[in-house]
Structures are given as C-alpha cells and as structure tokens.
Design a binder for this molecule. Structure first.
Ligand code: PLP
Length: 387
C-alpha cells in the first residue's frame, strides 16, 4: 500500500497479518514444509502435519471437527461446490432451490447456471433494511425444495441474517441450508454446534489470511452428501482434488488461530471506528444509511447521498480507499444489485459508498475520511445540475 493511502476497504480484502506471513514463510522453500502433503516420505508427512494443524485451528474457530472441512481456493469455489454439488446430489428428490436477491455474485451466478440446467429457483427479496423475514422463507418452501442458500453478513451493507432461525426452519423441513459466511468467519462468533447449517463457505483473505485459499464446511449431523464439481486425484475426500497449497493453508490456519484469540477485541474496535465515522457524517443533508443500522456487522458502513455522481465521489475520496455502490466485481458501472433489492433508486445506489474497517484502522484515519467525504460531497453538490 502506498504510504499516503488510507485503506478502508477491508470487506474487499484484508492485509495478511505479519504472524500469518511468518507461518506461510515457514512452509516455502527447501528446509520448509514445502513437500506434497500426499507424499508418503518424511517431508510429505511433515507437510501433511502442517495441513492437519491448520484444519484443527479452523475447526477450533468454528467449534467443529476438523474432518468436516474441505480446502478450496476461496469462497467463490466453496459456494460453487456447495450449491452445485448439493443441487445435483439431491436432484432425484426435487429441483426447487431458494436464495436471495442480495447474495454475492458467486452465489447468484451459480444459481443462474443451475436455472439453465433445469432447476427451479425462488429469489427472495429482503425487507427495506436488508433483512430476510423468516415467514417469507417459510412461505416459499415446497415439498420438492432441496436447498436454501442465504449469506450470513452482506458484503456491501453489513446486514446480518438470522442464520440460526433459517437453519432451524430448514432442518424442520428436511431442506439443506448453505451459508456464504465469507464476510463473517473470523469477525463474528460462529459456533457450528449451535447453528443448524449444512454447508458453510469461507475465505481466508477476509480475516487477515492469504488470498486464494478458503474452505467449505460440510455437516455430518445429519450426513450431507454433495457431488464434486472438479475431478482429479483423491484429495479432500475426492470433493476437491488437486495438490494442497500447504503455505496458504498454514496461513489460513494461523489467521483462524489469531481470530479465535482476538475476535472480541476486533469487534469492539471496528464498532468504535464505524460509530466515529457515522457521528462525523450523519448530519450531512439527505444522507442515507443503507441496510440495517441496529444489528448489522460493525465493520461496514454503507451510505448514499443525493445529487452526486458515484464515480466522481470515489475519485474525490482519494487517498481514502473505499468501495463504490457499483456492482462489486464488474468493470461496468451497474448500480449495486444489493442496494437495488433494498429499494434504492439506481441514482442512490450509484452514489453509495462502502466504508469498511479493520484492525489497522485508526481514529485519525476516520477523522481524515470524515473531512474528505464532507468536502467531496459539498464540492460535487455545488457543481451538480440539480443544485
Ligand atoms: C459474501 C462474499 N461471498 C463470496 C466472496 C468471494 O470470495 P473469494 O474472492 O475469496 O472467492 C466474497 C468476496 O468478495 C464475499 O464478500
């Protein structure tokens, strides 16, 4: 990061913790645990020990047995494997699947692909604050429903869904529940002995681990069968074949161990950063806070203002690095599908900014961002044709 940049895009990715980098470095190169973890020789067994240790670290964070965790390349792959794998494994029982309009593209596009394969998808809309009403889900469950996929924390708004209630409803109706927890693992407490979730996706780079490594939790109570989506060697119970990236797995494990120890402190820290920011900008005329402000994840604050153009706002925020309300992973300027589903007009959605905070965010960073945001909004409004 350039020395003058102020990073407020932790929901996009986080910098790896120095302790994570150290754990990864120990694996790379001759003398490290670099070998193929499937090899029978001593170095292979050493690498396998590193992989197993990391599985234990992640299992501890989530309060689950480590043998329920499958390594993947990140939440995109975990979501694809969970949703496609479960839909196809249960297709003989029924082809009705349920998800929400506010999911990440990695979920939405997976369901769109299944729709083309002949599955019947129900797309649920949230309330205006982004929250799913449980009765709305109950109403659309059918005898042929096989899978419900609903995320935990929304990546754009920080809205938190009640995954305990969703899991309970799904279990009562013998429907699988998949949860994209990319934005919550390592940040909010998740106890897999408490939540009745069958499949849960996560990715290391959202909680100070490396990019390119994630995991899928697959419950065995009751046993959940899914089909693989890739084929090759027999690694990861043949559900995700391929040589394991030992250094990345060690990094994920280390990030999980740090999160287990520091999660509560981090939660308090991001909450104080978000509250400081909101206090500093909430008196701007016609500012709108997008998503549930009471119980949302405190590391994200999404706001829109009238009479400004989104791209100019982002450019004006420099050197503060924030995300726009445009579709998160597209180069085009489509207004966010998440904010549109919350009832924002496309102009409001395009003028939205997502601030997201993390361990390294300081009060001085927040104070700078407040000044920059106020100045930029004032300037853009003064030159807006609507003013
Ligand atoms: C909610 C959510 N799901 C899935 C993903 C995809 O994660 P990855 O980039 O690790 O595949 C992200 C990351 O942007 C996310 O925020």
């Amino acid at each position: 990061m350039s020395a003058s940049s102020i990073y407020m895009d932790y929901a996009a990715t986080t910098p790896a913790d120095p302790r994570v980098i150290e754990a990864m470095n120990k694996c790379c190169g001759i003398g490290g645990a670099f070998a193929n973890s499937a090899s029978m020789h001593k170095l292979g067994r050493q690498a396998a020990d590193v992989v197993n240790h990391a599985r234990g670290q992640l299992g501890y964070l989530l309060n689950t047995s480590s043998d329920r965790l499958i390594w993947t390349s990140g939440a995109t792959e975990s979501n694809n494997l969970a949703i496609r794998g479960a839909a196809h494994a249960r297709a003989h029982r029924g082809k009705h699947l349920i998800t929400m309009l506010t999911e990440h593209k990695a979920v939405i596009d997976t369901f769109k692909a299944l729709e083309k394969d002949g599955f019947d998808i129900t797309w649920l809309a949230p309330r205006k604050d982004g929250i799913l009403v449980i009765d709305d889900l109950a109403e659309v469950l059918r005898a042929d429903t096989q899978l419900v996929s609903i995320m935990h924390v929304n990546n754009e708004t920080g809205v938190v869904q009640d995954i305990c209630a969703i899991g309970e409803l799904c279990r009562e109706n013998d429907v699988l529940f998949h949860c994209d927890a990319a934005q919550s693992v390592g940040k909010l407490e998740i106890d897999l002995q408490e939540i009745q979730v069958d499949l849960l996706s996560l990715t290391a780079h959202k909680f100070y681990g490396p990019q390119g490594i994630g995991a899928l939790y697959i419950s065995d109570q009751p046993r959940v069968g899914i089909f693989p989506i890739t084929y090759g060697g027999g690694q990861e119970k043949s559900l995700r074949p391929g040589t394991l990236p030992v250094h990345q797995i060690a990094g994920l494990g280390s990030a999980a161990e740090i999160a287990s120890a520091e999660l509560r402190d981090n939660m308090q820290h991001v909450q104080s950063m978000r509250d400081r920011l909101w206090t500093g900008i909430s008196d701007i005329p016609e500012i709108l806070r997008n998503g549930d402000s009471e119980s949302g994840y405190a590391g994200i604050l999404n706001v829109s203002v009238s009479d400004v153009e989104g791209e100019s706002l982002i450019l004006g925020m420099d050197p503060v690095c924030v995300a726009s309300g445009s579709a998160c992973n597209s180069k085009d300027n489509d207004p966010s599908h998440v904010l549109r589903a919350l009832g924002c007009s496309s102009i409001e959605a395009q003028a939205a900014i997502r601030f997201s905070f993390g361990r390294l965010t300081t009060p001085a960073d927040i104070d700078f961002a407040i000044k920059q945001y106020r100045k930029t909004v004032e300037h853009l409004r003064s030159i807006s044709p609507a003013s």
